[in-house]
Design a protein around this ligand. Structure first.
Ligand SMILES: N[C@@H](CCC(=O)N[C@@H](CS)C(=O)NCC(=O)O)C(=O)O
Length: 216
C-alpha cells in the first residue's frame, strides 16, 4: 500500500492516524506541496489525482491496482477493508453524530483554510498577511465554537465517548494546524483536552507532521 502525502497536509495526516490505529504498513511517498510551485501539479501526480491534492492511496484490490483520492473516502475504504480496529460506533445514531463532527471539520473548516485558498487570497486577491490570518482564525473559531458545544454533549475521553473515532481523526490535524497559525484555543477546553488525550496514543504521536520522513 502506498500513501502519497505531505508531512504538513491535514488530510494526509488523517489517513496516517487511521493506518497507525489499524497497524497497517504503507509506503509514504512525499509530494512536496510548495517546492517548485508544488509537486502536486506535476503531470505524473495529476494522473494519480486529478484534483492535484494529497492524499492519494494506491493499493491492490482483487489482484488489480486500486487508487483512491479524498481522505474521507480513503478512511471509509480502510475501515471497511480492515475492520480490526473500527473508526465508527455501531449504533446508527452514534455513527451519524461522529460523522457530523468529522464533517464539520473536514467540510466546513479545513477547505476554507487550505493551502491553495490561502495562496489565492495572497496571490490573486492581494490580501495582506494580517487579513489572511484573520480569515484563517475566523473559520477555525467558527467551527471550533460549534464543535466545542457538540463535545459538551457527546465527548468522553475522546470526541464521542471513550473510543477513538473518525471525529478525532479529523479534529487532531485541524488542531495541529490551528496551533501552527497561533489560533488561541483557551475557549475550547474539550478540544484541548481531546488533543492531550489523543497524544497519549502512539498512533497519533507517530502521525504528527514532525515525525514524518519528509518533515523539514
Ligand atoms: N477534501 C480533500 C482535501 C485534500 C486537500 O485539501 N489537500 C491539501 C493538503 S491538506 C492539498 O493537497 N493542498 C495542495 C494545494 O492546495 O495545492 C481530502 O480530504 O482529501
Amino acid at each position: 500500500m502506498k500513501l502519497y502525502g505531505y508531512w504538513r497536509s491535514s488530510a494526509a495526516y488523517r489517513v496516517r492516524i487511521a493506518l497507525n490505529l489499524k497497524a497497517l504498513d504503507a509506503e509514504h511517498i512525499s509530494v512536496h506541496l510548495v517546492k517548485d510551485g508544488g509537486q502536486q501539479h506535476t503531470s505524473e501526480y495529476s494522473e494519480l489525482n486529478a484534483q492535484e491534492l494529497v492524499p492519494t492511496l494506491v493499493t491492490e484490490l482483487d489482484g488489480k491496482p486500486f487508487k483512491l483520492t479524498q481522505s474521507l473516502a480513503i478512511l471509509d475504504f480502510l475501515d471497511d477493508a480492515y475492520p480490526n480496529v473500527t473508526l465508527l460506533p455501531k449504533a446508527h445514531a452514534d455513527k451519524a453524530i461522529v460523522r457530523s463532527m468529522a464533517l464539520l471539520v473536514a467540510c466546513d473548516v479545513h477547505p476554507l483554510n487550505n493551502l491553495s485558498i490561502l495562496q489565492y487570497l495572497s496571490n490573486e486577491l492581494n490580501v495582506d498577511n494580517d487579513a489572511k490570518n484573520s480569515w484563517y482564525h475566523h473559520w477555525v473559531h467558527k467551527g471550533f465554537h460549534a464543535l466545542e458545544s457538540m463535545l459538551e454533549t457527546h465527548s468522553g475521553k475522546y470526541c464521542f465517548g471513550n473510543e477513538v473515532t473518525l471525529a478525532d481523526i479529523c479534529l487532531i490535524p485541524q488542531i495541529y494546524n490551528a496551533k501552527r497559525f497561533n489560533v488561541p484555543l483557551a475557549d475550547y477546553p474539550n478540544i484541548e483536552r481531546i488533543w492531550n488525550e489523543c497524544h497519549k496514543l502512539e498512533a497519533f504521536d507517530k502521525a504528527l507532521p514532525e515525525n514524518q520522513h519528509d518533515a523539514v
